[in-house]
Write a protein that binds this ligand. Structure first.
Ligand code: DPM
Length: 362
């Protein structure tokens, strides 16, 4: 499965002598595409290093007949890859940030969060409904999704439609949509569809009014051993400041709510003029109940801050080691997420999530 990318011409200034950096990935086509793009970014910054991609199957890839939210294992797509990291079989692992739990197991950290693709959800229609939108589909049309978050919001906004589970990787889902009559449309992340080169199948991108996105959606994360300073340094060039700060706020919100992929929690973030805005919501499974609020915080001007960061800036915020990003901004983003979670908890979010979790497990 492994394949060499580029042969080293010279050696890097320090460390990595003649050493190949091994990059772990899941085997799905989307995972491979995502990993290739991260390796390409690393290769551009480190032209003298040699990268090798090692592809592995994970529990999430093997169990294809059960809704993700029902498997009840938080690290569905990550455990096998983390085991390989721990055993030094690979040096870094590429994931969709949204598949990484808000607390990583001890010894691991997210060493880079790359610039986010469009984080919104998209609707792909059956060819016979090409050109339609969710509003113009016939009554009782069946929409495929196994995301509790998408289903809850869309049931609320589009009560004329029906929702059914659909599993499998992106290729499988598109096949199920096109080759059968079971679904009129399916809902997927815009980011995944774009990365697969399926832009032309996107019939509608859902605005935050129709559907808030998942925590971390659209961003790629590089997971590493927390103590591996050389690798942490090497991958930190990929950090995108805006994405990191938005995702710290989103993950802090999720963590403080004690959410996970088995409960309907959704967000929207905007960073503009050093102001970070976070909208967060929780839903009952049928969408009949909803709590949604927005809060903002100021992120002080980064230029003033750079000098403040001492050499030991390896603090983690919700699992992310954000070298080179002002610590005060990271802390403000994390506090924003916690404050918003506290506000929703004070309005009864805990009850909504507990009932949703129980119903989902039943
Ligand atoms: C998580 C969810 C889904 C994935 C739950 C959610 C979608 C599950 C489903 C946590 N992970 O979003 O509410 O539709 O059955 C996943 C996708 C991507 C990363 C595919 C997708 C690609 C986009 C990205 C699966 N994880 O959401 O369409 O990089 O964010």
């Amino acid at each position: 499965m492994a394949e060499a990318m580029v042969l080293p011409q010279h050696q890097e200034k320090n460390g990595f002598k003649n050493q190949t950096i091994r990059v772990g990935t899941r085997k799905s086509q989307l995972a491979r595409i995502q990993t290739d793009s991260v390796v390409q970014g690393l290769q551009e910054h480190h032209p003298h290093l040699c990268f090798e991609i090692v592809a592995m199957s994970t529990t999430g890839d093997k169990i294809l007949d059960t809704a993700l939210s029902k498997i009840g294992e938080k690290s569905l797509f990550t455990k096998e890859l983390e085991n390989a990291l721990e055993r030094n079989e690979v040096d870094l692992v590429v994931h969709s940030l949204k598949d990484l739990p808000t607390s990583l197991p001890a010894g691991f950290t997210i060493g880079a969060v790359c610039k986010r693709e469009n984080p919104h959800d998209a609707v792909v229609f059956h060819p016979k409904h090409a050109g339609k939108t969710l509003s113009s589909l016939p009554e009782k049309s069946v929409i495929g999704t196994s995301s509790l978050r998408r289903a809850a919001q869309l049931k609320r906004g589009f009560p004329r439609l029906e929702f059914k589970d659909i599993r499998g990787n992106l290729n499988t889902r598109l096949k199920k949509l096109d080759e059968k009559e079971d679904f009129s449309a399916i809902v997927l992340a815009t980011a995944g569809l774009r990365r697969m080169g399926w832009d032309s199948r996107i019939g509608q991108i859902l605005s935050p009014m129709d559907c808030l996105y998942a925590v971390g959606q659209g961003a790629l994360a590089v997971e590493v051993r927390a103590k591996d300073q050389e690798i942490l340094d090497m991958v930190s060039v990929l950090h995108d400041r805006e994405t990191v700060l938005r995702c710290i706020a989103e993950r802090a919100f999720m963590k403080h709510l004690e959410g996970g992929c088995s409960v309907p929690v959704a967000v929207n973030t905007v960073l503009k003029d050093f102001q970070l805005y976070l909208t967060g919501a929780v839903y009952s499974l049928d969408g009949s109940e909803c709590l949604q609020e927005t809060m903002q915080t100021s992120l002080s001007c980064p230029e003033e801050e750079e000098s403040e960061d001492g050499p030991s800036d390896d603090v983690q915020h919700v699992g992310i080691t954000a070298r080179g990003i002002p610590r005060s901004a990271q802390e403000a983003a994390e506090k924003l997420g916690i404050r918003l979670a506290e506000l929703l908890l004070s309005k009864g979010a805990k009850h909504i999530l507990t009932v949703a979790r129980q119903l989902n497990e039943a």
